[in-house]
Design a protein around this ligand. Structure first.
Ligand SMILES: *[C@@H]1O[C@H](CO)[C@@H](O)[C@H](O)[C@H]1NC(C)=O
Ligand SMILES: *[C@@H]1O[C@H](CO)[C@@H](O)[C@H](O)[C@H]1NC(C)=O
Ligand SMILES: *[C@@H]1O[C@H](CO)[C@@H](O)[C@H](O)[C@H]1NC(C)=O
Ligand SMILES: *[C@@H]1O[C@H](CO)[C@@H](O)[C@H](O)[C@H]1NC(C)=O
Ligand SMILES: *[C@@H]1O[C@H](CO)[C@@H](O)[C@H](O)[C@H]1NC(C)=O
Ligand SMILES: *[C@@H]1O[C@H](CO)[C@@H](O)[C@H](O)[C@H]1NC(C)=O
Ligand SMILES: *[C@@H]1O[C@H](CO)[C@@H](O)[C@H](O)[C@H]1NC(C)=O
Ligand SMILES: [Fe+2]
Length: 435
C-alpha cells in the first residue's frame, strides 16, 4: 500500500517535472525562402538545447537551433522558453516527419509537405484574420482540410487569440495550442493586428518566427508565381511605440516593390499580393477608421499626409490587397482613390485597371461578426456576415482563383472569383507606367 502510494507520488512528481520540459505550441513558418521551414515551440523551463529530428519517412536527420526566454508583461510575469530550429535544403514535394524537443522530452510526431522554390506550380493557400481562442468557427474545417493536405501555407492576417497577452499570457498559450493541429503541419504566416499591441507587440514578436526575424513586422516571400508582402498596418496607429517604424516600413516596402518589379523577377512572380490587418476601405458600421473616408494606411499619417500606401501599391502594380480587422467578408471592385476601375465591362477582374481588395476577418472570435451599412457603396462587390475563411489558388501567371468558405453553411462556397491578367505591372493611369 505504502509502496503503491510512493509510486504514485513519484510518478506524479515525474509528470509535473517533465511538463516543464515538454514541447508544446508547435508551429511552422517559412525561412529565408520556401525551401526552409522554421519549427517554433515552447517549453516552460530551459532545456538548454533545441533539436528537431526529421526526415522523409524516418527521423534520420537532426537540426539544432536556439531558445530564448519570453516573459509576459503581466502581473505574474509568466515565462516560457521559445525554441526555433530552421530545417534547410528541404527536398521539394516530399512529406517530412518531425518531432522537436530536447533530451528532457519530445513532442509527438508531426508531418509537413515541403514545397518547391520554382515559380511554375500552383500553390493553394488558406487566408483569414481575427481568429480567437474562443468562437473560432473556421478552425474545425481548417483542421480537416490541412490533414487532407489541401494547403501549402496558411496566412493569418492579424488579431490572434483575443488576446495573446490576456490572463497573463495564458490565453496566448492556449490559442497557440489550439492552432497546433494546423500550424504544426503547414507554414503559418502572420502579420500583426491591433490585438497584438500590448507590451509593444511582444507576444507577436516572440511567438512567431517570420522571415524578417523578430525585430520587424514586415517581410515578403515567394511561393509559386506569387510574391507575397506582409505589412504592419499597426505602425500607423500605435505611433507611441516609435513613429519611425512607419518610415522604415515604407522605405522597405518601396525597395521590395522595386525589386519585385525588376523584369526578371516580375516575369517569374507576376502576382504581387499585399497582406495587412486594417483595410483601406470597408462599409461595416463598427466605427473603425475604414468606415470613415480617409484611413491612415491609405492616405498617410494625420496632418502630414505622408507615407500613405494606396498610391505606392498602385504605382508598383500590386494585383491584390488582402485585409482583415472588420469581422466580415467584403470583396471590392478594382479600386483606386475611391474610384472603380473595372477591366472589361462584363468581367471587372479581367485586366482590372486598379488593385483588387478584399477583407477576410470572419474566422471567428468573441467579438462576433460586424454589420454592414444598409447602403452598399458602388465599390463594394460582395458582402457576407457568415463566419469563414478564404482559399486562394494561383493557377499560373494569368489566372488566380479565390473562394470564400462559409463555416456557418458547412463549408459552402458563398463567393468565388477569378482574376485574369494578360500582363502585370503599373496600371494604365499610373505615373509609373515605365515599369
Ligand atoms: C534559400 O535560402 C538559403 C539560405 O539563405 C540559400 O542558401 C538557398 O540558395 C536559397 N534557395 C533558393 C532557391 O533561393
Ligand atoms: C527550472 O529551471 C530553474 C533554473 O534552471 C531551476 O532552478 C528549476 O528547478 C527548474 N524547474 C523545474 C520544475 O524543473
Ligand atoms: C517597441 O519595439 C520596437 C522594436 O520593434 C522598438 O524599436 C521601440 O523602441 C519600442 N518602443 C518602446 C516605446 O519601447
Ligand atoms: C452608412 O453610409 C452612409 C453613406 O452612404 C453614411 O452617411 C452613414 O454614416 C453610414 N452609417 C454608418 C452607421 O456607418
Ligand atoms: C484622390 O481624389 C481626390 C478627390 O476626390 C483628390 O483630391 C486627390 O488628389 C486624389 N488623390 C490622388 C493620390 O490621386
Ligand atoms: C464594375 O463592374 C460591376 C460588375 O459588372 C458593375 O456592377 C459596376 O457597376 C462596375 N463599375 C463601374 C464603375 O464600371
Ligand atoms: C492558366 O490556368 C488557367 C486555369 O486553369 C487555364 O485556363 C489557362 O489555360 C492557364 N494558362 C496557361 C498559360 O497555362
Ligand atoms: Fe483588428
Amino acid at each position: 500500500m505504502i509502496l503503491k502510494l510512493l509510486f504514485v507520488l513519484i510518478s506524479l512528481s515525474f509528470i509535473s517535472c517533465s511538463d516543464w520540459y515538454q514541447p508544446e505550441q508547435v508551429h511552422l513558418s517559412f525561412g529565408n525562402n520556401v525551401s526552409e521551414v522554421v519549427v517554433t515551440w515552447s517549453t516552460k523551463n530551459n532545456t538548454k538545447e533545441s533539436i528537431v529530428k526529421y526526415g522523409i519517412g524516418t527521423l534520420s536527420l537532426s537540426a539544432k537551433g536556439v531558445s530564448k526566454i519570453f516573459i509576459d508583461g503581466g502581473r505574474k510575469q509568466n515565462f516560457q522558453y521559445i525554441h526555433r530550429v530552421t530545417l534547410r535544403n528541404l527536398k521539394p514535394n516530399n512529406v517530412y516527419v518531425y518531432r522537436c524537443g530536447s533530451k528532457f522530452g519530445w513532442s509527438s510526431r508531426f508531418w509537413f509537405k515541403s514545397i518547391s522554390t520554382e515559380n511554375n506550380w500552383s500553390p493553394h493557400l488558406a487566408i483569414y484574420g481575427d481568429m480567437g481562442l474562443v468562437n473560432a468557427h473556421a478552425l474545425p474545417s481548417l483542421k480537416k482540410e490541412t490533414h487532407e493536405g489541401l494547403y501549402d501555407a496558411i496566412l493569418h492576417i492579424g488579431d490572434f487569440a483575443y488576446d495573446m497577452d490576456s490572463n497573463n499570457g495564458e490565453v496566448g498559450d492556449s490559442f497557440m495550442r489550439s492552432i497546433e493541429p494546423i500550424a504544426a503541419h503547414v507554414p503559418y504566416m502572420t502579420c500583426p493586428g491591433n490585438h497584438e499591441a500590448a507590451y509593444n507587440f511582444s507576444h507577436y514578436r516572440n511567438r512567431f518566427s517570420m522571415p524578417s526575424g523578430q525585430e520587424s513586422y514586415w517581410y515578403s516571400f515567394d511561393i509559386g508565381p506569387l510574391h507575397i508582402i506582409s505589412i504592419s498596418t499597426e505602425v500607423y496607429y500605435f505611433v507611441h511605440y516609435g513613429i519611425k517604424s512607419v518610415v522604415f516600413q515604407y522605405e522597405w516596402l518601396e525597395h521590395d516593390l522595386v525589386k519585385a518589379n525588376l523584369p526578371e523577377n516580375r516575369k517569374k512572380r507576376p502576382w504581387i499580393i499585399v497582406t495587412g490587418h486594417r483595410p483601406m476601405y470597408c462599409s461595416t458600421t463598427d466605427g473603425d477608421d475604414c468606415t470613415h473616408h480617409e484611413t491612415r494606411t491609405r492616405v498617410g499619417l494625420a496632418f502630414s499626409h505622408m507615407f500613405g500606401l494606396e498610391k505606392l501599391l498602385y504605382d508598383y502594380g500590386v494585383d491584390l490587397e488582402i485585409w482583415a480587422h472588420e469581422h466580415a467578408y467584403q470583396r471590392l471592385w478594382p479600386i483606386y482613390n475611391y474610384t472603380v476601375y473595372n477591366g472589361s465591362y462584363e468581367a471587372p477582374y479581367t485586366n482590372p485597371r486598379a488593385p483588387i481588395h478584399f477583407i477576410t476577418g470572419s474566422a471567428g472570435c468573441d467579438e462576433l461578426i460586424d454589420y454592414f451599412n444598409k447602403t452598399r457603396p458602388a465599390w463594394s462587390a460582395f458582402e457576407s456576415r457568415d463566419y469563414g475563411y478564404t482559399r486562394l489558388k494561383a493557377y499560373n501567371s494569368t489566372h488566380l482563383y479565390l473562394e470564400q468558405i462559409s463555416a456557418d453553411k458547412e463549408g459552402e462556397i458563398i463567393d468565388s472569383f477569378w482574376i485574369i491578367k494578360d500582363s502585370h505591372g503599373a496600371y494604365p493611369n499610373s505615373e509609373m507606367n515605365f515599369l
